[in-house]
Design a protein around this ligand. Sequence first.
Ligand SMILES: Cc1ncc(COP(=O)(O)O)c(C=O)c1O
Length: 352
Amino acid sequence: MSIAALARAEIRNLRAYQSAAACDHGLKLNANESPVATGTQNRKGLNRYPDRRPARLTRTMAAHYGVAPENVLVTRGSSEGIDLLIRTFCTAGQDNVLLTPPVFDLYQVYAAVQGVSTVYVPLMAEDNFAVDTCALLRACDDFSKLIFLCSPNNPLGTVVPKNEILRILGERASQSVVILDEAYIEYSDTDSLASLVLEYDNLVVLRTLSKGLALAGARCGAVIASAGLIRLLDSVLAPYALSSPAIASAEVALSGTQLALSKAAIDQTIDAREHLFRELATCKAVEHIWPSQANFLCVRFTSLDAVSRRLAAAGIAIRTYADDSPMKNCARITVSLAHDNERLVEAIRSVA
Ligand SMILES: Cc1ncc(COP(=O)(O)O)c(C=O)c1O
């Protein structure tokens, strides 16, 4: 059975919106655009719609991720990919998605927006917050359409081992789509599993230009999956989803020169992360730090209240978690430039 058969019937039978065909050299009278090309904005071609899907950017991203263009759908950040997957596969009031908390909150939010229930299989706190693969597989039922795995995980920075991912893919073949969110993979010493979508039709990999490629403001990410699954998601994604300026910025971000600059910045962040880890480990207020493969550290404090108050007074924002979560007394702290990290350490060190 094709994995596309798991999608909602309405989506499988959808007649996708037919947007106006591109017309590079002729007279374009098919999209009700303004013909006026005066003024600084319009001289950049912004009086015209962008391509329905950015073909050149799709090819560039495919080459960057080691797959074919038909395996890539360019989206407005990977956030949009998460929403698209839930809307495409999950019927409100019937289907469920599996999550492994503590994990990126947006999966749960988009599931709730679609009226889809969430089945939680917590990471094993006693085992360095590893995924409980046996419990996860046991928790699946006939309506478990999507399984979200985040590697490196937000908020812990830990990586899900490849053999666990392969086991889940194998055991849920033809039954669930396994989504591997690799938003932070550039900061990790493990390889992306993007090319495995050619072998496993129930695997979807999410990538983003927002983190390692330093382009959060342009809103650009990619869903990487089998060609059949990409065609299905393509029919749901809004036409002209990416604006022309976003497409242009993303193309620059993926050019050789800019990639080399990003690689240097990523290496610098990794070094800064390890330095920050060592510095924080010497602070009295710090109880535990998880080794991280991302651009942040997850830290448990003896008193998060005291640390939060001191950091607020110093004008430093960190991400904290509710007291009733397994992340009680923990904070996720983004690794920044050396002088910012020093400011942070200084403030935390001053908490008795
Ligand atoms: C794990 C994870 N996935 C996805 C995203 C979404 O990123 P974007 O929509 O900017 O690509 C984030 C953002 O923080 C994240 O932490």
